[in-house]
Design a protein around this ligand. Structure first.
Ligand code: SF4
Length: 444
């Protein structure tokens, strides 16, 4: 393998052929100085909670943390757009010395006087973790004074990695739901781990509507306070992004007795399987019949539409570096459907069981890597001759600098990639990017 791997990173990178002998090191702290592509704890928490459309997000910390996640996502709303604002206590040197709790209390009072939201999240960033403000006490006092939910999200950036932030966000959601535990159960499902990027939650909801399965609540794409509180009444939790929401699903099973399944809506194969599985577990034979009708109609339609692109894509090589393992698995399957080979696959926060599935799905000479850095991605993409990189905003410049095509599969994108509609968009984008004439000039 390539010479640019730090010694401490050797166990986090494997060829699929070697996977059986020793599983990859993952779900662990990043190696110091390795320039990880991962985001911080606060970012992980913020991206999960931010799509709650009528919530207020106050970042308790220096202004830079607030700008880091302000309105960078393509999450859409069918109602309020309060969530598209970001508020910060803008902590300064004086606050670091004397404490920032008073400033935070004043910020909450101001938000309540001006906007009167029902739900406020307070994000504790690195500096708050260092100076030790009693944020819980400030939140408790604010709840008593204003009669609304004010929830602390303990997410100092240094306290773990992005996965820790997901967990903190799930804890905050449980804090919101637990007082509403005692409600009678109905027949619907909750959809977890979809953030309504470019309206993807609406696509999934349209499938549920067509099969006759009611959607009770969504976490957190196009979510709103009142709808979230009904979540404990659902019969099944359907988890789309397992990395960010599996913990919430497990906690909801413990507290409310709601079973959960993982279901990916990326690619024809996974979308069809997800629709059938939800109908099997949460529906009647009639719902299952309607699901089958939907699956056969849509999969035939999309397969016909994307077929002409496949001849232009067959044999091309893909590199994948995304947030979670579950999405990476769906992407490998999608590239297989397109006749392409995945030569590199990695994630920021994948788990051992997901890497094991990846190890079996890809060819033996495919590189699998966890928590990569730009130097590793560059070396392996060159070594393997990748034609396209699928990743997020941090990976885009890397691909373009190398003269490699790029497809954004992260939260900044503005077009839907989920469901059958997403298959069309994805195939078209991959084709446009890989077969663009620009690469002939860039690569010389
Ligand atoms: S690492 Fe710390 S300072 Fe940087 S954005 Fe995250 S919380 Fe803020």
């Amino acid at each position: 393998m390539c010479a640019q791997i730090l010694e401490e990173r050797q166990e986090s990178i494997k060829l699929a052929a070697d996977y059986k002998a020793a599983p990859i090191r993952c779900d662990a702290a990043s190696v110091s100085g390795a320039v990880s592509q991962r985001a911080c704890v606060y970012c992980g928490a913020r991206v999960v909670l931010n799509p709650i459309t009528d919530a207020f997000h106050i970042v308790h910390g220096p202004i830079g943390c607030a700008s880091y996640t302000w309105d960078i996502r393509g999450s859409l709303s069918s109602g309020s757009d309060l969530y598209r604002n970001s508020f910060s206590t803008d902590l300064q040197e004086k606050d670091v010395v004397f404490g920032g709790a008073e400033k935070l209390a004043a910020a909450i009072d101001e938000v309540m006087r001006v906007y009167a939201p029902k739900l406020i999240f307070i994000y504790c960033t690195c500096i708050v973790g260092v100076i030790g403000d009693d944020v819980e006490a400030v939140c408790r006092n604010a709840e008593r004074a204003w009669g609304v939910s004010v929830i602390p999200v303990k997410a100092p950036g240094f306290s773990g990695n992005k996965s820790t932030g997901y967990k903190m966000a799930c804890e905050a959601l449980m804090q919101l739901l637990l007082p509403h535990k005692d409600q009678s159960r109905n027949n619907g499902v909750n959809i977890l781990g979809d953030y309504n990027l470019a309206g993807e939650m609406w696509i999934i909801k349209s499938y549920m509507r067509e099969t006759g399965i009611p959607v009770v609540s969504t976490f957190t794409g196009d979510a709103a306070y009142d709808r979230l509180l009904r979540a404990p009444t659902a019969r099944l939790n359907v988890v789309q992004c397992a990395g960010s929401m599996m913990y919430l699903a497990q906690r909801m099973e413990e507290e409310f007795g709601i079973p959960w399944i993982k279901a990916s809506f990326f690619g024809v194969e996974d979308t069809s399987a997800a629709i059938r599985q939800v109908a099997d577990l949460a529906g009647t034979p009639e719902n299952r019949r309607r699901a089958e009708q939907l699956v056969s109609r849509e999969s035939a339609r999309v397969t016909r539409l994307v077929a002409p692109y496949y001849t232009r894509l067959a044999g091309k090589k893909a590199a994948i570096f995304v947030g979670g393992g579950f999405k990476a698995i769906s992407l490998v399957r999608q590239f297989k459907e397109m006749g392409m080979k995945t030569v590199l696959v990695g994630t920021q926060t994948g788990r051992a069981d997901e890497y094991e599935v990846l190890g079996k799905l890809v060819d033996p000479d495919t590189v699998i890597l966890d928590d990569a850095n730009p130097a590793e991605l560059e070396s392996f993409m060159r070594e393997k001759g990748a034609d396209i990189l699928v990743g997020g905003v941090k990976e885009r410049p890397l691909a373009y600098k190398l003269g490699i095509a790029f497809c954004d599969h992260n939260h900044e994108r503005k077009h839907a990639l989920a469901g059958y509609e997403g298959v069309e968009n994805f195939t078209r984008e991959v084709n446009l990017s890989i077969n663009s004439p620009v690469w002939r000039h860039v690569r010389g």
